[in-house]
Design a protein around this ligand. Structure first.
Ligand SMILES: [Mg+2]
Length: 252
């Protein structure tokens, strides 16, 4: 297991990038059932204040869903792995160039496997995802269909995560999103810290390591991340201690 990350001595030197599902929230049977606990929201509020707003949410979810999970707080954020990007000043950038083709992909996925039990085909502004947590037996069939659809559309790529397959613009990934946010205030010039739990977070770990930052993987499995926690609950405990300025050694 990777070691726990070092203490961040002066929070104002760091920028925090956080995945949602499997990191800030436990993974739920269906995406709509996930929630971020009040105590985690409280930690985020304190951290955002102590870090002058240099806290961003980096998720595969749409921005409006990210916001709905964050209570009354509106953080800088990347939605749909960065296809939707909101800076700390609230400016949202969305690249809709490929949206018409996403409609074709959605229709093909719905026609192919959309009617099967426990399958959720989710259309987002510039991507389409298939959730199959409630019918994992369809893993191979879904992957085959998605691979086939992307093969003839090089402007798209396949992204696979925990019980999810997503087809999204080839240039979109969490690493690019973190890099883009790091170009402007209050992130610019700080050391990035990124925590995530899934395959789609690996691009983020690479970029953060390339910027001499702190990459944190939640859970087991191969990862480019340098540091880690065995569970999301452990990570959130670290986050709580970080917000309070305590070491958290008693729970380590
Ligand atoms: Mg995740």
């Amino acid at each position: 297991m990777r070691r726990q990350p070092p203490q961040l001595s002066n929070l104002a030197d760091f920028a925090l990038f956080l995945d949602v599902d499997g990191t800030l929230a436990d993974i739920a049977a269906r995406p709509a059932l996930a929630e971020v606990a009040p105590e985690t929201l409280a930690s985020l509020a304190i951290l955002s204040s102590r870090m002058n707003g240099a806290v961003a949410i980096i998720s595969g979810r749409k921005l409006d869903e990210v916001d709905a999970l964050m209570g009354s707080q509106k953080f800088a954020a990347a939605g749909i792995h960065g296809a939707e990007l909101r800076g700390a000043d609230g400016t949202v950038t969305v690249d809709h160039a490929l949206a018409p083709t996403v409609g074709e992909l959605e229709a093909a996925l719905r026609g192919g496997i959309g009617s099967a039990d426990g399958i959720i085909v989710e259309r987002k502004p510039v991507s389409v995802a298939v959730h199959y947590r409630e019918n994992p037996a369809l893993h191979d069939e879904i992957h085959e269909l998605a691979v086939q659809l992307v093969r003839s559309r090089p402007q798209f790529k396949l992204m696979t995560g925990k019980m999810i397959v997503e087809i999204l613009p080839a240039r979109v990934d969490k690493g690019a999103a973190i890099w883009a946010l790091m170009q402007s205030a209050p992130f610019a010039g700080r050391t990035p810290v990124f925590a995530g739990d899934d395959v789609t977070d690996e691009d983020g770990f690479s970029v953060v390591r390339g910027m001499s930052g702190i990459s944190i993987k939640i859970g087991d499995g191969p990862s480019k991340a340098e540091w880690g926690f065995p569970t999301a609950a452990c990570f959130r405990e670290w986050l709580r201690h970080l917000s309070l300025g305590t070491t958290g050694n008693s729970t380590a």
